[in-house]
Design a protein around this ligand. Structure first.
Ligand SMILES: *[C@@H]1O[C@H](CO)[C@@H](O)[C@H](O)[C@H]1NC(C)=O
Ligand SMILES: *[C@@H]1O[C@H](CO)[C@@H](O)[C@H](O)[C@H]1NC(C)=O
Ligand SMILES: *[C@@H]1O[C@H](CO)[C@@H](O)[C@H](O)[C@H]1NC(C)=O
Ligand SMILES: *[C@@H]1O[C@H](CO)[C@@H](O)[C@H](O)[C@H]1NC(C)=O
Ligand SMILES: *[C@@H]1O[C@H](CO)[C@@H](O)[C@H](O)[C@H]1NC(C)=O
Ligand SMILES: *[C@@H]1O[C@H](CO)[C@@H](O)[C@H](O)[C@H]1NC(C)=O
Ligand SMILES: *[C@@H]1O[C@H](CO)[C@@H](O)[C@H](O)[C@H]1NC(C)=O
Ligand SMILES: *[C@@H]1O[C@H](CO)[C@@H](O)[C@H](O)[C@H]1NC(C)=O
Ligand SMILES: *[C@@H]1O[C@H](CO)[C@@H](O)[C@H](O)[C@H]1NC(C)=O
Ligand SMILES: *[C@@H]1O[C@H](CO)[C@@H](O)[C@H](O)[C@H]1NC(C)=O
Ligand SMILES: *[C@@H]1O[C@H](CO)[C@@H](O)[C@H](O)[C@H]1NC(C)=O
Ligand SMILES: *[C@@H]1O[C@H](CO)[C@@H](O)[C@H](O)[C@H]1NC(C)=O
Length: 843
């Protein structure tokens, strides 16, 4: 007892880096080792197989959770008399071999398992070895959550394809990576030293049922196919194999003519016999090294990538080139539906619409794809926005296997610097009913192959795991990776109960920890939608630069087709058939009718489907513009509560994870105000319509930096204008490295929070100090580019804008507040404004 208590205490105090993710196997206070079987029997002996890995995992898990060691017995050392009390793990077939008869259990499918804890022995049986491993992780998940109940059930995955897509470049960078460089690649080749992080990633993926991984960017580099890299890919595959994670590769369509050292061709025409031979040879060569390779992922004719259209071949012909090469090896070809023309879209043509592209490009191709080909469809028609309708392509392709593409990477959703728990978003899409042929046709029943009776189907999530100890750069973002695997296994799961499992596994059993993280996470997507883009207008991030901070203007006037068509009195994309782009007509009739009419379109997609006046009333009774204002204030108010809520967990979460998370939530609270002010000011400026609650443009607690007494500082006009209070910031004068801005405070004497809004660019680490009557009350460095991980900015804008707050400052009327900024590199210690806030006020 004493030792258990001691362990529990140590467990809390010890700093945790996050590297164990949800597989911490922390001591469970109520765990009683005497209730455990006395050993582990591993039926399948192959030393690199998933059953072996499962036995080792069980041993380690029990050691951590119970502080108790169990021996693993292998069939050679195994004696029937030992089965009295064992954790028996293996495939159903091996069980039948060993015990001379098949167990009487429910029907299992590929990767499915049976878990039985009702007797003195625990049975964990998989349809295949991978299934047995999943059963072991499920058993450990129960134990680690203090659930010692008796269960006997079978569980099968909803679909065979449950993959992640890493957008890792061969140079080690990661496209949309916010957590350090690649764990796979460096300097153009597979890492030569330890692949230990790959092992750990394999465990995490297996524990949530993920069975495949694409290890390079869909914007693919042909050099992935050099002999040296094929050897390296083999090492990665060997490392993942014990965890049942099969490796796949993203291909560059033009590889045959990419001047690789071998077989250079002058063409990549998918019907050219030389090209076909070339790919067959490459594929055979890879399979000689990776006999169980999952397959290929291809992005073609999209955003500058080469593809079959270059040769007037269809997308299906392009896909089948690879599918045919993979077919003899049992591999799967995944072809991305994200195809559109990013060069010629013209916003001045009212009927043009990027959202139409997928169905248009796949028109006539349904049923033309090889049996081992799968079309991977982003959940919405544009690009991972905060709110999109489900892609109509899910309904259009009825004789083609499809998979849904989700994004754990928070590309447009705060880049892991904002807490945004995504399974509720995914669930809305998965539960959407397409009403195909007037029949219930949930997206989840389509992507699991049930609705259209497809043999292959499933899920892919873009994931940006990097070398950072936290995997994703943020401890709380890991709930999205965990949730992805759980939703892919069973898309009917409840996002909140998935989250609660994750909280117990990641942070333990304290009820305040549970309620706090659950409250914050479950409110986080609605809050983020509120303070970014509302009513289906898309996220409104800067789409031309970082995809991070606000820049609504960037959506329009370019061929990327993420238009809002906002002008002085109206906003939204008219996607009706009657007067617009016709997109709503891509849905089956019943859904098309809902979206065609303003009166039946849900408010949260109004501006996705309709171009309306700012004064148009919503079903809620608010006007469009007043909803923008209200939602931005509500959403940022919600975000203000996050650091406060989290602070209550001090001492209940280990210090390192507590600190790192508090830092991010504090940043988010500040950046949500940047968002709020940018978006409300932008549309206020454009529409000229006042906020009925008089908040927008009215900031009684602010002191603009440009209105302070400046020494070696000068005003700077910020672009986009809405990302600076009063359009204006200050920067140190050209020849000066240190400037000061001071002001006399004309406030009632009392206690205040002092917030400073500044800009943190990359390319320098400016230093700031804040003083009251020349006595320093705070200091900070402009180094967010090192500690946050989002795509940084070199400008004063909505990405670099940040807020730091000094709490409980005692101020007397007439005190002089002074900020000293020391420029560094190209960072001119920029300041926007100071807010002197009575306690409880946020402005
Ligand atoms: C579970 O195991 C117990 C004993 O170990 C056995 O009696 C029972 O039949 C099993 N349950 C099922 C559903 O197979
Ligand atoms: C990559 O190359 C650089 C210099 O060429 C070297 O310093 C670095 O160690 C290499 N990284 C790896 C992971 O091999
Ligand atoms: C086949 O492909 C491998 C690499 O994938 C290459 O090393 C080999 O030279 C190729 N053979 C031919 C005949 O092109
Ligand atoms: C593709 O077709 C267009 C028009 O149909 C033609 O102008 C073009 O030359 C063709 N390109 C190729 C590579 O065959
Ligand atoms: C839907 O109806 C069309 C014709 O109206 C038919 O070709 C198609 O097979 C039907 N699809 C399903 C899944 O029933
Ligand atoms: C992880 O990322 C954070 C934030 O970018 C950084 O402060 C920290 O040093 C990184 N740690 C490791 C081990 O990479
Ligand atoms: C119909 O489309 C035109 C552009 O072609 C647009 O100016 C007009 O506002 C639209 N009408 C309605 C009722 O949406
Ligand atoms: C939208 O505003 C325009 C210009 O102010 C006006 O002409 C039009 O009648 C309005 N439309 C609706 C539906 O209110
Ligand atoms: C989002 O905004 C709506 C409308 O103002 C509000 O009802 C809701 O409570 C807000 N939700 C969050 C989580 O901020
Ligand atoms: C957490 O932050 C506090 C104050 O910022 C600091 O004193 C403490 O050392 C930090 N602890 C860890 C484990 O980083
Ligand atoms: C706003 O900025 C302008 C210059 O850009 C300046 O003249 C004016 O004083 C500023 N307003 C306030 C309230 O600081
Ligand atoms: C600026 O300095 C002058 C003289 O030092 C002082 O009178 C004035 O109040 C200061 N202005 C502000 C805004 O603090």
């Amino acid at each position: 007892m004493q030792s258990l208590l001691l362990l529990a205490a140590v467990g809390l105090a010890a700093a945790e880096t996050g590297i164990k993710g949800w597989l911490r196997y922390a001591p469970v206070p109520s765990a009683n080792a005497s209730s455990l079987p006395t050993n582990i029997i591993s039926l399948n002996a192959s030393s690199n197989g998933p059953v072996h890995a499962a036995a080792v995992e069980l041993q380690n898990g029990v050691a951590g959770i119970f502080n108790h060691s169990l021996n693993v017995l292998y069939p050679t050392s195994y004696q029937l008399s030992n089965t009295g009390s064992s954790i028996v793990i293996g495939t159903v077939a091996e069980y039948a071999n060993t015990f001379g008869g098949a167990p009487k259990i429910p029907q299992l499918e590929d990767d499915g398992y049976f878990l039985n804890t009702t007797g003195s022995s625990v049975q964990i049986l998989g349809h295949n070895e991978r299934g047995a491993l999943y059963g072991a992780f499920q058993y450990l998940s129960m134990l680690a959550q203090g659930n010692f109940s008796e269960v006997a059930y079978a569980s099968n995955p909803s679909a065979p394809i449950r993959w992640v897509n890493q957008w890792d470049n061969l140079d080690g960078s990661i496209e949309r990576g916010f957590a350090g460089p690649s764990i796979f690649w460096a300097n153009g080749t597979v890492k030569v030293n330890s692949l230990d992080r790959v092992t750990q990633y394999g465990r995490l993926l297996a524990s949530i049922g993920v069975n495949g991984i694409i290890i390079n960017n869909v914007n693919a580099n042909a050099s992935a196919l050099t002999p040296q890299n094929i050897e390296g890919i083999g090492r990665i595959a060997d490392t993942f194999r014990p965890y049942g994670v099969r490796v796949g590769l993203a291909l560059n369509f033009a590889s045959p003519s990419a001047n690789l050292v071998y077989g250079n061709l002058s063409t990549f025409d998918p019907l050219d016999p030389r090209v076909i031979d070339w790919w067959q040879n490459v594929t055979d060569t890879i399979y000689a090294t990776v006999p169980d390779m999952a397959g290929y992922l291809v992005k073609a004719n999209s955003e500058g990538q080469p593809g079959p259209l270059t040769y007037n071949r269809t997308l299906a012909q392009g896909a089948n080139l690879f599918a045919n090469a993979l077919q003899p090896h049992g591999g799967t070809l995944v072809f991305r539906a994200f195809v559109y023309d990013s060069v010629h879209l013209n916003e001045s043509v009212w009927t043009e619409d990027r959202a139409n592209a997928a169905v248009q490009f796949f028109t006539g191709l349904d049923g033309k794809f090889a049996e081992n080909a799968v079309v991977q469809i982003k959940y919405g028609p544009i690009d991972f926005q905060v709110r999109e309708p489900a892609s109509p392509l899910f309904s259009y392709l009825q004789n083609t296997s499809t998979a849904i593409e989700l994004q754990v990477t928070q590309e447009y959703l705060g880049q892991q610097c904002h807490l945004v728990y995504l399974p509720p978003l995914w669930k809305e899409i998965l539960d959407f009913d397409m009403r195909t042929n007037h029949t219930k046709s949930l997206v989840r029943d389509i992507v699991t192959g049930k609705r259209f009776k497809r043999p292959l189907s499933g899920y892919a999530a873009v994931v940006n795991v990097g070398t950072n100890d936290t995997w994703l750069g943020s401890h709380l973002s890991m709930s999205n990776l965990y949730g992805y695997g759980r939703m892919a296994w069973d898309p009917t799961s409840d996002p909140q109960s998935i989250l609660e499992d994750w909280v117990r596994l990641t942070f333990g059993f304290d009820p305040t920890v549970m309620s706090t993280i659950t409250n914050m996470s479950m409110s986080s997507w609605p809050a983020y939608e509120n303070y970014t883009g509302n009513l289906g207008i898309q996220t409104l991030t800067d789409i031309l630069y970082t995809h991070f901070g606000p820049n609504p203007q960037s959506q329009d006037g370019n061929p990327w087709g993420q238009w809002t068509r906002a002008d002085g009195h109206s906003i939204g994309m008219d996607r009706t058939v009657s007067n617009g782009t016709g997109f709503s007509g891509q849905y089956p009739a019943e859904v098309a009718a809902v979206y065609e009419n303003i009166s039946s379109t849900p408010d949260n997609l109004l501006l996705w489907f309709h171009h309306v006046n700012y004064t148009t009333p919503l079903k809620s009774g608010e006007t469009v513009i007043q909803h923008f204002y209200n939602a931005h204030y509500e959403g940022s108010n919600t975000a203000q509560t996050y650091p406060t809520q989290w602070s209550a967990l001090k001492g209940k979460v280990d210090a390192q994870r507590y600190n790192e998370t508090l830092f991010r939530l504090t940043y988010q609270a500040g950046h949500s105000l940047v968002w709020r002010d940018a978006i409300t000011n932008f549309y206020h400026n454009l529409s000229g319509i006042a906020d009925t609650q008089k908040r927008v443009g009215n900031h009684p607690y602010r002191i603009e930096a440009e209105s302070m007494n400046l020494t070696n500082y000068e005003p700077y006009t910020v672009s986009p204008f809405e990302t600076a209070s009063n359009f204006t910031a200050i920067v140190t004068s050209a020849n000066a490295t240190t400037g000061t801005a001071s002001t006399m405070l004309n406030v009632q004497s009392g206690t205040y929070d002092v917030a400073v809004n500044y800009y943190d660019l990359y390319g320098g680490k400016a230093q700031y100090s804040l003083a009251l009557n020349n006595k320093q009350i705070g200091a900070w460095t402009g180094n967010l580019e090192d500690v946050l991980g989002h795509t940084p900015s070199i400008y004063l804008d909505g990405h670099s804008a940040a807020r730091i707050t000094f709490r409980n400052v005692t101020i007397a009327k007439g005190d002089v507040l002074k900020i000293t900024g020391k420029a560094d590199g190209v960072e001119p210690a920029p300041l926007d404004y100071i807010s002197v806030l009575p306690l409880g006020v946020v402005d």
